[in-house]
Ligand binder design. Structure first.
Ligand SMILES: [Zn+2]
Length: 264
């Protein structure tokens, strides 16, 4: 593998990436057959390892969740050589014990999105990618160890319910979703599945900002901003450790996700 290959990609919220954390930062434009990614891609170096970062909603936070060009984001990272994707997201809590400020290393998702293109294979080849275990076991293990070591309040498992948005849930929907999921957000689907179709390892790190509407716990914008700021600090700390710990060579099955996925 060439020394300057970019093997780690990060897709996250605006403001999560701190350019002070990395060296030799530059921004590049990448075009794909699916259109443009959410923004210019930031290429940086963390402890000698090259990473590529895409702000999911654009650098000025102008792209709502249902308008994100997920295929372009994943395709652009793939074109740069990315094999491991760290997907960061802010979520609402569907459980009393998933508290604002907690970190959730999701191990499952349930997709309630309605109008997003779910696959790269919508032409003449039929692909049924397995998502029984949608996230990379190796990256999850590394992230669990790091988050434990940093002593952050976190959940090593969690089911992420992904809704279409941009509106929030009704109270009835929120109560319905809590029957089977722990946290709720609008962004990881179909990002995870598309990355699996490109045989990437995917890790989701979610941060809880507040309780979803089932809880009837009104929060002020001030409270949410405070929690989000603290969450961003924690994520940066985790990322610094994580990027260093991720091995160059993969020891998981993610790189074979397309084996047996095709009908023909
Ligand atoms: Zn993997």
């Amino acid at each position: 593998m060439p020394a300057d290959k970019i093997s780690i990609g990060i897709i996250g919220g605006t403001g999560i990436y701190n350019e002070k954390d990395s060296k030799e930062t530059k921004k590049i434009k990448v075009s794909t057959p699916y259109g443009s990614p959410s923004d210019l891609i930031t290429i940086g170096k963390f402890n000698g390892k090259k990473i590529a970062f895409i702000p999911r909603h654009g650098s000025n936070h102008t792209i709502p969740p249902h308008k994100i060009n997920f295929r372009a984001n994943i395709m652009a990272l793939k074109a740069l050589g990315v094999e491991k994707l760290i997907s960061l997201s802010a979520v609402g809590s569907l459980r009393e014990n998933f508290k604002p400020g907690d970190i959730v290393l999701s191990d499952q998702f349930i997709d309630f999105t309605k109008q997003r293109i779910q696959t790269f294979y919508d032409g003449n080849r039929v692909c049924h990618i397995s998502t029984a275990e949608p996230f990379c076991s190796e990256l999850r293990r590394i992230a669990i160890d790091i988050t434990k070591k940093l002593k952050f309040s976190f959940h090593e498992n969690g089911t992420y319910c992904c809704i279409e948005g941009p509106r929030f849930s009704t109270r009835a929907e929120s109560r319905f979703f809590r029957n089977f999921a722990d946290v709720i957000g609008m962004t990881i689907c179909p990002e995870v599945t598309l990355a699996r179709e490109k045989e990437m390892c995917v890790l989701n790190i979610s941060t809880v900002t507040d309780y979803d509407v089932w809880a009837k716990k009104p929060v002020s914008v001030e409270d949410i901003i405070k929690v989000m700021k603290e969450n961003n600090e924690k994520i940066r700390e985790i990322l610094r450790n994580l990027i260093e710990a991720i091995p160059e060579k993969r020891h998981c099955e993610c790189g074979k996700a397309l084996e047996n996925a095709f009908v023909d």
